[in-house]
Design a protein around this ligand. Structure first.
Ligand SMILES: [Zn+2]
Length: 159
């Protein structure tokens, strides 16, 4: 049986006048994430981890931010497309662990909904998706609420 591990990381600026999408959920907040797509930092890190696990490059190669097709696109579509690539390679997701690093807002209360959504797209159980949240203790760009970061690790198993 063949297993592959992947790691993904993603950053976005946080600015006023944008929606804040994290883990496929729109979170009420004064600032949102800046990006070509909906700038969902968590889903992007998960896509990158899945691509990385099979050495398929990164999210920027598959969904370039210069392509108008991806302007303001729902990142759940990108996650589904990435999952389809994994399936084409005869792999399935075993589990995902992730962390989102942002100063505000608190996202813990949304994590169940995010996990449910991601699990349904990737055809795994709720317990196979872990989403943690942390602040940067007021330090650096995250601490100043200029941006946010997400990290994800994924394990894939060959069918
Ligand atoms: Zn991103």
């Amino acid at each position: 049986m063949s297993y592959r591990i992947g790691f993904g990381i993603d950053f976005h600026q946080m600015i006023e006048g944008r929606n804040l999408w994290i883990g496929g959920i729109k979170i009420p907040h004064a600032k949102g994430a800046l990006g070509h797509s909906d700038a969902d930092v968590l889903l992007h890190s998960i896509c990158d981890a899945m691509l990385g696990a099979l050495s398929l490059g990164d999210i920027g190669e598959h969904f370039p931010d210069t392509d108008p097709a991806y302007k303001n696109i729902d990142s759940k579509i990108l996650l589904k497309s990435t999952y389809d690539l994994i399936l084409q390679k005869k792999y399935r997701v075993v589990n995902i662990d992730s962390s989102v690093c942002l100063e505000a807002p608190k996202i813990k209360k949304y994590s169940y909904e995010m996990r449910t959504l991601i699990a349904s797209i990737l055809q795994v159980e709720l317990d196979d998706i872990s989403i943690k949240a942390t602040t940067a203790e007021k330090m650096g760009f995250v601490g100043r609420e200029e941006g946010l970061v997400a990290y994800a690790t994924v394990l894939l198993k060959k069918e």
